[in-house]
Ligand binder design. Structure first.
Ligand SMILES: [Zn+2]
Length: 211
């Protein structure tokens, strides 16, 4: 028996999302089945997973535009006001020689969110097209998007810490801008998108081919 064959669904079983108990499903796949151990509703697959994930991915992509166009922070120093978008911030740190900081901000705020949205879109399209291409690798890609989710928050921390630090001085102030709000939404919406995708969908098409 290969690793591809036999999901719980094929054996007419479903695991509980809340407590993980594996339950045998009634023959008719009746709705409103609850877990006998904890009482949570049982679903073979997350309900509306593909539609919800698409909606969240598109919403995150829309927010990604203003997150990069609007300034994430406004620096007022000795009467001079300067607004910075994410990219202009990265360029500023590169020019002033702060390579590690520039790299952290670029990775956390430009590269990681785009990579996550790219991976999720790719997985959604592959499920749509009933692809049986490398299910193990696709599952790994999904796990990667889940694992790096919280690290995109690094950028919001950077802005928050900068705001808190510089407020302490009298000569300069830093304020978070509109871009930071949109950027925060991108990060949060993407975390929800990764959460609403059901990675078991990847394996359904592989099993359909085998039987
Ligand atoms: Zn349960």
């Amino acid at each position: 028996m290969s690793a591809h064959s036999g999901t719980a669904l094929a054996a007419e079983c479903a695991s509980c999302h809340a407590c993980g108990m594996l339950n045998r499903l009634p023959a008719a796949h009746a709705h409103d089945v609850t877990c006998p151990r904890c009482g949570a509703p049982l679903h073979v697959r997350k309900p509306g997973s593909i539609q919800r994930t698409w909606a969240l991915v598109i919403a995150a992509l829309i927010c990604y535009v203003p997150a990069n166009v609007f300034p994430v922070m406004t620096v007022t120093s000795l009467g001079k006001t300067e607004s910075d978008t994410i990219m202009s911030g990265v360029i500023y740190f590169v020019r002033s020689g702060d390579w590690p900081l520039a790299l952290i901000i670029f990775t956390a705020s430009v590269f990681v969110p785009l990579m996550k949205l790219g991976i999720l879109s790719f997985l959604l399209i592959s499920v749509h097209r009933r692809s049986s291409w490398r299910p193990v690798d696709r599952t790994r890609m999904y796990r990667l998007t889940e694992a790096i989710g919280r690290w995109s928050m690094v950028d919001i921390y950077v802005v928050t810490i900068l705001v808190a630090l510089v407020r302490l001085g009298n000569l300069a102030t830093i304020e978070a801008g509109t871009g930071a709000v949109f950027f925060g939404s991108v990060v949060v919406i993407t975390i929800f998108a990764a959460e609403s995708f059901d990675p078991r969908l990847i394996w359904d098409n592989c099993n359909a081919r085998n039987t």
